[in-house]
Ligand binder design. Structure first.
Ligand code: EPS
Length: 385
């Protein structure tokens, strides 16, 4: 079974992930992982921290001569900024900092974490709650993406809205979306909307404010039958949703028509079934977003995620000093103004991980070769139906 865990604080020495269950014989190069790490760092609206970091992965285990061994893969990314935080983040027993953060930010983990973990400095909480952790998830996703590529599964994402600005994709050819997205500073394929989004981020920044938005993730060529209808925790849509909802600041995950399902009649909500000798079973719509009964149905997986505005604001919200209990303004700390473009890249990684996990579950095998054999025989059986 594929699984991973991450470790590391935002301003600690490093962020790392241990990824288990990737079959042996898969080609892995750190440069391929670094491409996704760099994509995650970009996007208009990122703060000064991104000028300090140039994320690069160090593969510490599980790969030999650029091929996976089937053993746990350790992926480590050093935090360059740690040099500036060594005293604050010191693991020794001496408190050399003494500057406790006392005014929790509404919307952040600060207050709840502080109460739950019984600490009196919410730096102890924010260091791990920070979205810096998503660098490790993207490294994991990049390895999973390499596995999925062996089965021609392609995952991409693009921003559909930031604040009140929405993209208009009606005139954009689907085959240009990926290219246009990577060219845009906000990872939005609509050039006009991209400009307006940048303006909106500039304005929010000027006001000491932040902005959220939406992004869409597409997974193409996913085989029919990943996940299962037989048990709640095997359902593919549920698993994808959990993976995506766990990304910092994500507040909603929708498949296909998503919340719009509530507005349409049943006769217009589903994807009717057709058959031709050439194509077998096929659909002409994808309202479901690629899953039915908790299983992939062979259509593109289409998911929209909503990200809330980042809760670290220069325009400080009302809070309470945790020591004096007196009303005060929330801490204003260095942060991003908008991280929706980066979140799309993290979303791709979350989807890559869950799909790779479901692929290994379905096609098994300790080696990529075994997995491919199982895949081939399954696909030919399905085609014969
Ligand atoms: C984050 C705050 C900012 C972001 C950080 C997430 O970091 P800092 O406190 O060092 O300015 O830049 O994101 C990253 C470092 C990253 O790599 O994405 C937060 O509080 O969540």
């Amino acid at each position: 079974m594929i699984r991973f865990t991450t470790a590391g604080e935002s301003h600690g020495q490093a962020i790392l992930a241990i990824l288990e269950g990737i079959p042996s014989g898969l080609n892995i190069n750190s440069e391929d992982i670094d491409v996704d790490l760099a994509r995650r760092q970009k996007g208009y609206g990122r703060g000064n921290r991104m000028r300090i970091e140039t994320d690069q992965v160090n593969i510490l285990s599980g790969v030999r001569y650029a091929r996976t061994l089937g053993s746990p893969i350790t992926l480590l990314i050093y935090n360059k900024d740690w040099e500036n935080w060594q005293a604050v983040m010191s693991p020794t027993s001496v408190d050399i900092d003494g500057k406790y953060l006392q005014k929790p930010r509404p919307g952040h983990a600060d207050l709840v974490g502080l109460m739950k973990y019984g600490v009196n400095d919410f730096r102890d909480i924010l260091e791990r709650a920070s979205a810096r952790e998503t660098a490790a998830r993207v490294a994991v996703g990049a390895v999973c993406r390499e596995l999925l590529k062996e089965f021609r599964i392609n995952i991409y994402s693009y921003v559909t809205s930031i604040g009140k600005v929405s993209a208009n994709l009606s005139t954009i050819d689907k085959k240009h979306i990926q290219h246009l997205t990577e060219m845009s500073f906000v990872r939005c394929p609509d050039k006009v909307a991209s400009k307006k989004m940048i303006q909106a981020i500039k304005q929010a920044s000027k006001n000491g404010d932040t902005l959220g938005g939406k992004f869409k993730i597409i997974a193409e060529n996913v085989p029919i039958g990943l996940g299962s209808h037989t048990q709640w925790d095997l359902k593919l849509d549920g698993r994808l949703a959990q993976s995506l909802m766990s990304i910092q600041a994500i507040k909603a995950v929708e498949f296909g028509l998503g919340t719009d399902f509530s507005k349409v009649l049943g006769s217009l909500a589903h994807d009717e079934i057709f058959y031709s000798n050439k194509n077998g079973f096929y659909r002409t719509t994808n309202r479901a977003g690629g899953t039915e009964g908790g299983m992939s149905n062979g259509q593109d997986i289409e998911i929209t995620c909503t990200m809330k505005p980042i809760p670290s604001l220069i325009k400080q919200l009302k809070s309470v000093n945790i020591h004096t209990k007196k009303p005060d303004k929330a801490e204003a700390v260095r942060s991003d103004v908008c991280a929706v473009p980066a979140a799309g890249v993290v979303g791709e990684a979350a989807v890559a991980y869950e799909l790779a996990r479901a692929m290994v579950e379905k096609f098994g095998g300790d080696s990529l070769e075994d997995m491919k054999k199982n895949y081939k025989s399954y696909i030919s059986r399905i085609k014969g139906l």
